[in-house]
Every structure is written in C-alpha cells, then in structure tokens.
Write a protein that binds this ligand. Structure first.
Ligand code: ATP
Ligand code: MG
Length: 282
C-alpha cells in the first residue's frame, strides 16, 4: 500500500439553509453563443508560469482535477434544474489565504476544457490582486485601465498558450475598491463580459474583511465559498456566510484536504476520523 499525501480540494453543495441560498438570481454555466471578438489585431497569447498546483494543467487525470470537474457538473446541473444559466460565479472565503485565487483558477481551467464554452477568470480582488501571478510575465494592463479609460477592455483580456481560458487581470488597484465595485460603470463592464463569455469566474476578496464579495454576489448568478481545511473553524465559516446578504451560495470548496492513496483509490484523510467539521473555534 502506498500512501503519498496529496493536498487537494473537496467540493460539496451548500445546504438549503445556507444564507443567501434561498433568493437571488438563478442561472448554469451552460454553453451558449458569444459575440465575436471585437476590434483590433489578435494579441500574442501569454504563457502560464510553471505551477505544480495548477492540476488541470499538470495532471488532468488527478482526483483533484476530477473534483473540480464534479463542481463544474454540479453548477451545470443547477442550471438545468433552475432553467437558468449560472454564468457569473463569485469565489470568496471568510478570510485571507484560504485558496480563493487558486480555486478560481483551477475551476476556470476545467470550465475552459469544454470547447463550446468561452471562459474568463477576472481578478476582482482589488485589495490583493494576484491572478496575474499565474502568468510567466506581468501583463502591462488590466481591467482597471479600461475602467479608468486608459485602454479598452479587449486589450486587457489575456489569451493563454496552454489553455482556452482567458484571464482578466485587475491592473493597478484603486484607492477605494468598494467604490469601483459599487459603480454603475463597473456593472456595465460586467454586462459587456456577459455578452462576450459563457462563464465568468470572479476571484473576490474575503467576506469578513471587505464588503466587495457581497456586492459582487448581487451582480453574479451565484457564490462559491472556499474553506481552507484545518485553518478556518466552523464558527468563522458561519459568521462569514451570515454576511452573504445578496444572491445565492451555490457551492462550497473544502480546500487543502489531505488525501491518501489506498489500493489505487484516494480517500480523504477525514474519512478516517478527525473531521474538519468537528473542530471548534480556536
Ligand atoms: N490546496 C493547496 N495546497 C497547497 N497550497 C495551497 C493550496 N491552496 C492554496 N495554497 C497556497 O496558499 C497560498 C494562498 O492561496 P491563494 O492565493 O489561492 O489564497 P487566497 O484566498 O486567494 O488569498 P488572498 O486572501 O490573499 O487573496 C498560495 O501560496 C497558494 O499557492
Ligand atoms: Mg486571492
């Protein structure tokens, strides 16, 4: 029996009683038609920086990648059930460093495996924009440049060499992020992206520190909540979810769960006891 320990996210559904799950827009990350690329010559695609945690790229058959695909299927099924496309999804967590940006990227990568689905990952964390860290070289501009009229949004969209996913880095962060997120101009920008893409993944700041994710959820079709296993207590999770007062919570990701390989099957460590949900607030 081999037992390499792997750190992988587990995904599950939010319960019906999750704050925000009862109301809000209903919609599915289902393929649809998108507007053709507008204006200008095609930009040269960029390379992703080598990163062993981008499992849909480095190990497309890993159980972690399969978990991401399962989450994608879950969102698609919600769309079919509700007869509404869940196209714009906010990813957030209670606090910093729970794996929001990594999870956003990996979920966006598996969504982009579908040839009929145009997917963009947008960095809407204007406090700690980090999506561009997945790139080998830092992009010159981001969507903030379009927001502030220094560029058009098309020129801020990054094509990637290794995947069909597109990336929309934030660019220079503003002094007052919430003012930007609340503005009608920003909402117009999101509407433009809805016209252009089938799936828009929004990598947002943490709920307990900033209002941004809650505001973003009122524009989006659903929120996916990331929890870092072993780091965040159940009470903190509850408090954070209570702050979701708009839109719907459509899923949770338990990130950084340790898995073990037993007879060619992976098992979660907490299936052998020590469940994450048994922990109390420290
Ligand atoms: N499952 C995992 N296994 C190993 N490392 C991980 C895992 N998830 C996240 N990390 C690492 O933890 C750090 C924080 O992850 P990430 O930036 O995705 O979190 P975040 O919630 O977006 O943080 P922030 O609140 O600063 O935006 C990164 O260095 C990332 O590579
Ligand atoms: Mg982040």
């Amino acid at each position: 029996m081999t037992s390499p320990r792997d750190r992988i996210p587990a995904m599950g559904r939010s319960s019906g009683s999750s704050p925000g799950s009862a109301s809000g827009p209903r919609s599915g990350l289902t393929p649809g038609r998108t507007a053709p690329r507008r204006g200008g010559a095609r930009r040269a695609p960029r390379d992703l920086a080598p990163n062993p945690r981008l499992l849909p790229i480095v190990d497309p058959r890993s159980p972690v990648t399969e978990r991401y695909r399962r989450m994608m299927t879950h969102i698609d099924h919600l769309g079919v059930r509700d007869d509404h496309h869940y196209r714009m999804i906010v990813l957030t967590s209670s606090r910093e460093a729970e794996g929001k940006t990594l999870t956003s990227m990996n979920l966006a990568l598996v969504l982009a495996e579908d040839r009929d689905r145009k997917v963009v990952l947008m960095d809407v964390d204007l406090h700690r924009p980090r999506v561009h860290h997945f790139l080998l070289s830092k992009p010159r501009i981001g969507w903030m440049d379009a927001f502030e009229d220094r560029a058009d949004i098309e020129s801020a969209i990054v094509d990637l060499n290794q995947t069909r996913l597109r990336m929309l880095p934030a660019g220079r962060p503003p002094d007052k992020p919430a003012e930007v997120i609340k503005s009608e101009r920003f909402r117009r920008l999101l509407r433009q992206l809805r016209d252009r893409f089938d799936a828009i993944i929004l990598d947002a700041p943490p709920l307990m520190r900033f209002v941004d994710a809650n505001i973003l959820n009122s524009y989006a079709d659903g929120l996916v909540f990331v929890i870092r296993a072993g780091l965040t207590s159940r009470q903190i999770v509850k408090k954070a979810l209570a702050q979701v007062t708009t839109g719907r919570v459509i899923g949770t990701v338990l990130n950084d769960v340790r898995y073990t390989l037993v007879d060619r099957y992976y098992y979660r460590y907490d299936e052998y006891g020590g469940s994450y949900y048994d922990r109390e607030e420290r």
